[in-house]
Design a protein around this ligand. Structure first.
Ligand SMILES: Cc1ncc(COP(=O)(O)O)c(C=O)c1O
Length: 470
């Protein structure tokens, strides 16, 4: 450890990465105590479905970064596409110019989108994609002369981003405590969480309840005040919550009845995770007014997000006499040529390697193998669809009582799994698995074996420490 004396401090400073991160790098979702005091696992490189830590330990990338590294790590074709774009045209202002990568990517994305969704607006990430969709809906209603139609309906357990407006649409109770948000614009309704439905209620009756709750909420707030319903087809960070059969179609029908727009947040489900570029229509039978995307659009290699807007909405605005008013919204990096070039190369790989078909073929094996973990006494449920799944740990399988968060069971499982060669995405008592789409059967076997061992070691620890007696 090399100690140096800085101008403003007499404290020794280690020039190692971990030490610099601990002192200066604020990472997402830190606790107050962690700021200036925390090191997360230091990764040094990546390859295929693997990442490597500073001790050269090879780890299966269980969460594909954060649901995004669809094509796997370290693809030379992506590096070439990005480098070539930088050497051709690195940046231009989207305010007054355009260029091939954004136009071509918009056209390819529109061709995959359902219905009449054909206007693509690029942002920098998922939060700005959803924020743009929500602001577009507000703008649309202003142009149509309905300035009171502004309220957004979202759901408990949802995650839509970290901007001021999208944060208000999120419904994870743990994130709410000390953060302000635009809550006056949002009403949250129940999560379509079959595992946590009211005791004694069938899944069908639960679905009826959810649909009725949406209609009741719209009527209570007033259909003239409700602008949109924003929903992830599968609630991802909320715990890979797969709604009951028919839920989405019925929710959409209620929205149509009251002229409430639907935003399908496909930031996680898009670009192959469920075996389709967009899952809304082929998997859930939906015809949303807007789809948002990010993450998998570039496999996370460079930042990019966006929304696809229905031609109907645009035409309705054009039919008013407000053709000259401006959607005063955009980012310096909207339509970024390097990000869009990465998006094109990513789609090339997905198409050429048949990754959508691969996901549809391998997903049943992935889901079946993971469901074997349901036999472990601490596991309440294993659920998922496509290449996304969640293992939910409980203190008691009969009552489904969750484990107290401060037992940080997910983090303990993650720690054990990292020692064994697997990155987990721990969220309280939930472990999420959403590997790169290129994963093969033998690698799924490795992943499940490590996860099982990690959960078993955690069970032993909790028993030994008297924190759980399952
Ligand atoms: C469904 C969904 N929407 C929006 C976001 C926000 O995306 P980003 O973190 O890129 O801003 C996320 C991030 O995980 C997400 O899962």
């Amino acid at each position: 450890m090399k100690a140096i004396r800085t101008a403003c401090s007499e404290m020794p400073v280690n020039d190692g990465i971990a030490d610099k991160a601990r002192r200066h790098l604020v990472q997402p979702w830190p606790t107050v105590a962690a700021i200036g005091n925390e090191v997360r696992t230091v990764l040094t490189r990546s390859d295929g479905i693997y990442v490597f830590d500073e001790n050269e330990r090879r780890l299966i990338d269980g969460p594909a970064g954060m649901w995004c590294v669809q094509i796997g790590h370290r693809r030379a074709e992506m590096a070439r596409a990005v480098a070539e774009q930088i050497m051709t045209l690195d940046y231009y202002s989207p305010w007054y110019t355009t260029a091939a990568p954004a136009a071509e990517l918009a056209a390819r994305i529109a061709a995959y989108a359902p219905g009449d969704l054909q206007h693509v607006f690029f942002t920098t990430d998922g939060s700005t994609a959803v924020d743009s969709a929500l602001r577009f809906v507000q703008f649309y209603n202003n142009v149509l002369g309905r300035p009171d139609k502004k309220l957004i309906i979202s759901r408990q357990n949802a995650y839509h981003g970290s901007t001021y407006l999208t944060a208000a649409c999120c419904g994870k109770p743990r994130d709410k405590g000390f953060m302000d948000e635009a809550s006056h614009l949002v009403r949250r309704i129940s999560s379509p969480y079959p595992y946590r439905r009211p005791a004694g209620m069938s899944v069908e009756a639960f679905c009826d309840f959810l649909v009725e709750e949406l209609e009741r909420t719209i009527l209570e707030l007033g259909p003239n005040r409700v602008a949109c319903f924003v929903a992830e087809p599968i609630l991802a960070s909320g715990g890979v919550i797969v709604p009951p059969e028919g839920y989405h179609r019925r929710m959409e029908e209620v929205c149509r009845k009251y002229d409430v727009l639907t935003i399908s947040d496909e930031i996680v489900t898009g670009f192959g995770r469920l075996g389709h570029v967009f899952a809304s229509e082929p998997v859930f039978g939906l015809a949303p007014d807007i789809i948002t995307f990010a993450k998998g659009v570039t496999s996370g290699y460079v930042p990019l997000g966006g929304m696809i807007v229905s031609a109907r909405l645009v035409n309705e605005m054009k039919a008013t006499d407000h053709g000259a008013v401006m959607f005063a919204h955009g980012f310096t990096y909207s339509s970024h040529p390097v990000s869009c070039a990465a998006g094109l190369a990513n789609l090339d790989i997905i198409e050429r390697e048949g990754l959508l078909r691969h996901v549809r073929e391998i997903a049943p094996y992935f889901q079946a193998r993971l469901r074997e973990l349901a036999e472990l006494p601490i596991v309440g449920e294993v659920r998922g669809m496509g290449l996304m799944a969640c293992v939910e740990c409980v203190s008691d399988r009969a009552s489904r009582e969750p484990l107290a968060l401060d037992q940080e069971v997910g983090r303990r499982i993650d720690r054990h799994c990292q020692e064994l060669g697997l990155m987990v995405r721990p969220m309280g008592h939930l472990c999420v698995m959403s590997p790169p789409l290129i994963i093969e059967r033998s690698q799924i076997d490795d992943m499940v074996a490590i996860l099982k061992e990690g959960i078993e070691r955690t069970q032993d620890d909790l028993r030994r420490e008297g924190l759980w007696n399952g």
